[in-house]
Design a protein around this ligand. Structure first.
Ligand code: ADP
Length: 400
């Protein structure tokens, strides 16, 4: 038991979107107080939490009230200035620490560090102008992927250049990260949590699909990959966690290239917080990523990451936009379409085109069936008319 503090643990979180909202669900179960920094009172988290600080991470007063009396500071997103974090580091533990978080904030710093560690990445270069870009393309060939090093998410800040001229207007904010266009067979994500004491637990590696650079479907475990590739992906993620001293949840997004015996992974990017590619763990694994993140940042023992149903697959489908004014009005249709095993999560956000409004996970021995049911539930939440996918399922509690 904590010998000094007499009140329940308080976890301060930078951010107030759906990730902090789902962290709050786990905090309630554990009797932990979650205190998010919400920019909008009616946002995904603002409308459900009891205690919160209001304002932006750039507002010193807001950050002050966020950390006052908190046990630890953690994150829902990485967009917080380094100076703010350095000042806070003297006040309370920050998990992950600013020295680790920098590799999730800055893609150039991440590429430099991973390359120094010998971790496989796409070929890359820092480019400052069109001439640099043309020189890089002379090596790797056009087209080239060009990324803004900081502040990107969901593909914002990721561009494709077919020639140096395409990039003429892109250099004003500063140097960019150029990468070869990887002809990947598929994308995967290795997810783990690590605590300050060094305990690490990895979940099974998942396959991820993106639509317009936004995560749309995640399937775990990634049974389509060779077991050796899955093992390699897990080992790479664990090595990154240890070398970079990451604490909390770490998601390592990867490209899978080659086939059969030549199948291998290249690291695309890092997120040091619960991540969309890990939402399946809430329903598919014994310990979900949000609970595990809380355990890790409070340096508590980590929970089991085994599948909740051994041998099953978990498929998560994102709800991206909806034709309905509020998808929660279609819960009945979604439950009928997805069947009794579909787990529906809605984030309480205002509907906008393409916006992440929720997700549905189905755990089933057959991944194709899980995908079909999860897709059917999501279609109903989008307001799309379609016949129900779920087979009639007599309630086992009803006499037949
Ligand atoms: P963000 O941080 O905005 O999510 P990412 O670097 O993860 O940006 O890129 C988003 C998506 O763009 C990736 O999931 C992938 O589909 C595609 N992508 C990014 N880099 C490359 C690359 N070097 N080669 C091929 N596709 C890429």
């Amino acid at each position: 038991m904590d010998p000094v503090r007499t009140s329940r643990p308080v976890v301060a979180v930078i951010g107030g979107g759906q990730l902090a909202r789902m962290m709050h669900e786990s905090a309630i179960a554990l009797g932990i107080e979650l205190r998010p920094l919400v920019e909008a009172d009616d946002g995904a988290t603002g409308r459900v939490v009891v205690t919160k600080a209001a304002g932006s991470p750039a507002d010193p007063g807001a950050v002050e009230s966020l950390v006052d009396g908190a046990d630890v500071l953690t994150f829902e997103h990485e967009h917080i200035p380094r100076e703010v974090l350095d000042a806070l580091a003297e006040r309370l533990p920050i998990e992950p620490a600013p020295d680790a978080l920098v590799y999730a904030q800055d893609k150039i710093a991440m590429r430099e560090r991973l390359t120094a560690l010998g971790i496989p990445c796409p070929r890359w270069a820092v480019v400052r102008d069109e001439a640099d870009l043309a020189a890089f393309a002379a090596d790797v060939g056009w087209p080239v992927i060009v990324k803004t090093p900081t502040g990107g998410y969901d593909g914002h800040g990721v561009h494709i250049a077919h020639g140096a001229r395409d990039a003429a207007d892109w250099f004003a904010p500063g140097p960019l990260l150029a990468e070869e266009l990887v002809p990947f067979a598929c994308e995967a994500a290795a997810l783990l949590a690590r605590s300050r004491s060094g305990q690490i637990r990895s979940w099974p590696v998942a396959l991820t699909e993106q639509e317009d650079s936004v995560c749309s479907v995640v399937t775990a475990p990634a049974r389509a990959l060779h077991p050796r590739t899955r093992e390699r992906a897990r080992a790479i993620a664990e090595r990154i966690a240890r070398e970079l001293d990451v604490t909390g949840v770490l998601a390592v997004e990867m490209f899978v290239v080659g086939t059969g015996a030549d199948e291998r992974v290249l690291v695309n990017e890092l997120a040091m917080r619960p991540h969309n590619t890990g939402h399946w763990t809430i329903d598919g694994s014994i310990t979900g990523q949000f609970e595990q993140h809380l355990r890790a940042v409070l340096d508590l023992p980590l929970g089991s990451t085994d599948l909740i149903v051994p041998g099953s697959s978990a498929v998560m489908v994102n709800l991206l936009g909806s034709d309905l004014p509020d998808p929660a009005r279609a819960l009945g249709d979604a439950m009928r379409a997805g069947g009794p095993t579909a787990r529906i999560h809605l984030y309480g956000k205002e509907v906008r085109p393409g916006r992440k409004l929720g997700h549905v996970t189905v755990v089933d021995p057959d991944p194709a069936r899980a995908l079909e049911l999860a897709r059917a539930a999501v279609a109903a939440l989008r307001g799309e008319q379609q016949p129900p996918a779920a087979a009639p399922d007599p309630d086992p509690q009803e006499p037949r």
